[in-house]
Design a protein around this ligand. Structure first.
Ligand SMILES: [Zn+2]
Length: 292
């Protein structure tokens, strides 16, 4: 396990899965082969599968320890959940053991924060116990962005299986257990943490900033899925709710990371997982945070 330090706080990535998935022309409606090939040299094999060009993605959570609190940012897919995506269906991973191995047993978690409520960000909110979905982290409060929750709650009134069933098995049981707190961007669960809205991938997508001792990290969820989007921030993914709004938020996030020199910690970047954003022409580049 690699522990990174942000002032007196620590951050650690705990991985659930890492695999090659979509081909880039399917993932990004604005995909351009020449632009992709220009970056391919460094992207293979950590970020792009050799031969197939399929995008490699990790599904992980970030464990943040501030000294006052232990916080999980995004909770991956979870075990035992029925999903249409075969690679995500009825998983049985040792994710909770991996959490324990980095000194984070379930009862030690104070806050669970979801950058948004897609299926791969809420899964471990709950676990199956005697046929019921119960909160995995018994002492945690689960923070959901008010605008995000309201959107999916509204969707559920007219559609079945919202977010591949995850709203029903990984979000609602938290609300019903009285563990959910609906937050807005002025909410500060810990003196070192602040929240900022970057809508577009979903209506209420947020980034969570950790700041201490003159250093900063930014947990950005799916405002970017893949590092090629650092170089091409206008490439929204097919999963973005509003393509144009998502592109604007992505560029804003990258500008904010340049300005604050924050370590960008997205939810799905494999390899070194995190890096520093630098201006690069009229776009950006990423300097990976070397880890051992
Ligand atoms: Zn995701």
């Amino acid at each position: 396990m690699t522990v990174r330090k942000i002032g007196g706080a620590t951050i650690e990535k705990v991985e659930e899965l890492c695999a090659a998935g979509f081909r880039p022309n399917r993932m990004f409606p604005k995909f351009d082969q020449q632009a992709f090939d220009a970056q391919k040299g460094w992207m293979v094999p950590d970020h792009v599968e050799a031969g197939s060009d399929r995008l490699v993605g990790s599904v992980h959570t970030w464990v943040v320890k501030t000294g006052r609190h232990t916080i999980l940012i995004d909770t991956c897919l979870g075990n035992d959940k029925q999903r249409h995506n075969a690679a995500w269906n009825k998983l049985d991973t040792p994710f909770l053991n991996r959490l324990k191995a980095c000194g984070c047993p379930p009862e030690s978690v104070d806050f669970v924060m979801c950058t948004h409520l897609h299926v791969d960000h809420v899964g471990w909110n709950t676990k199956l116990e005697n046929g019921r979905w119960v909160p995995t982290f018994p002492n945690a409060r689960y923070l959901f962005a008010k605008r995000e929750y309201a959107h999916w709650e509204n969707e559920r009134k007219t559609k079945d299986g919202v977010n591949d069933g995850s709203f029903d098995d990984s979000v609602l049981p938290i609300v019903e257990a009285g563990k959910a707190v609906m937050i807005e961007s002025d909410h500060q669960p810990d003196p070192l943490l602040t929240i900022k809205d970057y809508p577009g991938h979903t209506p209420g997508s947020i980034a969570i900033n950790l700041k201490d001792g003159g250093k900063q990290a930014c947990f950005s969820g799916d405002i970017m899925h893949h590092p090629i989007q650092v170089y091409h921030p206008d490439w929204s993914s097919q999963f973005c709710w509003d393509q144009e709004m998502s592109a604007r938020s992505r560029r804003k996030l990258l500008e904010d990371c340049v300005e604050t020199n924050a370590l960008l910690c997205p939810a799905h970047f494999p390899g070194a997982n995190a890096g520093y954003i630098k201006p690069h022409g009229d776009s950006f580049r990423i300097d990976w945070d070397a880890v051992t």
